[in-house]
Design a protein around this ligand. Structure first.
Ligand SMILES: Cc1ncc(COP(=O)(O)O)c(C=O)c1O
Length: 189
């Protein structure tokens, strides 16, 4: 149902658009400037920016350059755009944080999650919204509810599996175990 919308480039330090020679140490703001330009070109019509904190399916776990996520968050805040993180692949602890944005201390207005929510045992996804977004819907001129359902909304079996998976993730401390920077965890030296 989404209409055509503007896209900006993905920061890709392996083949940097700016031909830098320092591993993109200083390219974060330059890549983020593309967002600023796209928002300005939209001339007030932009409502949100959707991004993956780390490129998953399209590039294969590519990290953004330093400062990139903080810069896009700041641009969105300044222009009043919702910041929407697609954490379908990176969320639910898979990068050693509950959500990958936490590596950069960025707090999106909306996080989209799936895959790890049920560990793939059943289909389950989630849209996690901040209080600001929830209140805007609850207090808005409409029904006060999020009228965007589909056939298997809140399916009891899927939700039960999600609860079981999350219980196990917490009981086994799996998010911490996925943080390879900590001693004694998977991938650590
Ligand atoms: C980053 C990312 N976003 C969104 C999707 C789509 O998720 P779904 O199939 O749950 O709609 C995928 C699927 O692989 C994905 O990797």
């Amino acid at each position: 149902m989404v209409r055509e919308f503007a896209h900006i480039g993905i920061p890709y330090c392996y083949r940097c658009d700016f031909d830098c020679s320092d591993g993109c140490r200083n390219c974060g703001q330059r890549y983020a400037a593309e967002l600023e330009q796209a928002v300005e070109a939209a001339d007030g019509a932009a409502a949100a920016f959707i991004f993956e904190p780390m490129s998953g399916a399209t590039l294969g776990a590519v990290m953004p350059p330093p400062g990139y996520l903080q810069s896009i968050a700041e641009i969105c805040r300044r222009h009043g755009l919702l910041l929407i993180a697609d954490e379908v692949m990176t969320g639910m602890g898979r990068t050693g944080r509950n959500f990958a944005v936490e590596h950069w201390q960025v707090a999106p207005d909306i996080i989209v999650a799936a895959k790890g929510v049920s560990s793939g045992y059943v289909p389950l996804g989630a849209v996690i919204a901040s209080k600001k977004v929830v209140d805007a819907i609850a207090d808005g001129p409409g029904s006060g509810a999020f009228v965007h359902g589909f056939t298997y909304n809140a399916h009891p079996i899927s939700v039960a599996v999600g609860r079981a998976v999350l219980r196990r993730v917490r009981a086994l401390d799996l998010v911490r175990a996925a943080d390879s920077s900590l001693p004694g965890t998977v991938g650590s030296a």
